[in-house]
Design a protein around this ligand. Structure first.
Ligand code: SF4
Ligand code: ZN
Length: 303
């Protein structure tokens, strides 16, 4: 006898442990999209969005983020997808093909920005260099730089990112454990619009990874389960720890985010956003006269 949906009599496709409900396909999709719409309403600072850029890696999270953004906004707003090609052989090429297909299917304009072009090196080149800076630090800084530059060039009002609840709660906890409260407060969504920085919207930040995966499946979206060969083992530790807590105390991930939301106003007072300068090399916003991406590029040249 199949388990029935808590809202209707159809067969359930999932059990949401943290709120104790069984949901059929239709009610799960409705529940998913309702939360995404709520996050858009909550996070966007402008009433009307004329142009939205979506960071699309082609992984399940960003594919779902583009799909739902398109579903909600395609009638009123121009949508562009930006894919950053970091140059990770055997990994990124597969997800770029998925990204391309999805954009074609949805009729969304697709832009590919490559590290080779913007940084002068691929991540495969950078990963071979041994220094005190981690591979993912280079990748994260260069990716943010590429995305912001392209979103600005497109004159986008916001940049949509696909971070799910698992990613988001891990980032919060990692910054706590590293006592990096300044970085913690800079996690999106951004409340204050900084000149030169396209505000980020994270519509999936309250949705667990498994639910994003289920939604992708139910909507028939092509996804890749491959993991980047340079993925940090450090983050994996936090993922395992939070998963264990969630297993014993359902709702832990939501509570981590709720706690962060509660202390955010206090932290914002203590660490007000820096008055940004303009990088003398690339023109991007920077804390000093040279932005982090250009500093790292210099370091790569000197190593
Ligand atoms: Fe880049 Fe690290 Fe993510 Fe791989 S795991 S895509 S190297 S940030
Ligand atoms: Zn720069």
């Amino acid at each position: 006898m199949p388990i029935r949906c808590s809202k209707c009599n159809k067969a359930a496709v999932t059990f949401i442990r943290y709120n104790g409900t069984h949901l059929c396909k239709d009610h799960f999709i409705e529940y998913f999209e309702r939360r995404v719409k709520r996050e858009f309403r909550k996070q966007k600072s402008k009433k009307r969005l004329n142009r939205i850029a979506v960071a699309l890696s082609g992984g399940k999270d960003s594919s779902v983020a583009l799909y739902v953004t398109h579903m909600i906004y395609h009638k009123t707003t121009e949508i562009h997808a930006i894919t950053v090609d970091e140059g990770i052989d055997g990994y990124r090429d597969k997800t770029i093909a998925i990204a391309r297909n999805l954009c074609k299917e949805l009729g969304v304009k697709h832009h590919i920005v490559s590290f080779r072009e913007h940084v002068g090196k691929t991540m495969d080149d950078i990963a071979k260099i041994e220094n005190e800076i981690g591979t993912c630090t280079y990748c994260g800084v260069f990716r943010r730089n590429c995305l912001n530059r392209k979103a600005k060039e497109l004159d986008a009002d916001v940049l949509v990112m696909g971070h799910n609840l698992d990613d988001y709660s891990q980032s919060i906890l990692m910054n706590f454990v590293n006592a990096d409260l300044e970085k913690l407060i800079r996690l999106g969504p951004h409340e204050r619009v900084q000149p030169g920085l396209i505000p980020r919207i994270l519509p999936l930040r309250m949705i667990p990874e498994k639910e994003v995966f289920l939604y992708a499946m139910l909507r028939g979206l092509e996804t890749s389960l491959d993991e980047c060969p340079y993925a940090l083992s450090n983050r994996k530790k936090f993922r395992d720890m939070i998963n264990e807590l969630e297993r014993d105390h359902p709702g832990t991930r939501h509570k981590i985010v709720q706690s962060y939301e509660q202390i955010k106003p206090l932290l914002s007072k203590h660490f007000p956003p820096a008055e940004l300068k303009t990088c003398k090399y690339c023109g991007e916003p920077a804390a000093s006269s040279i932005c982090k991406a250009c500093l790292l590029k210099e370091k790569l040249r000197s190593d």
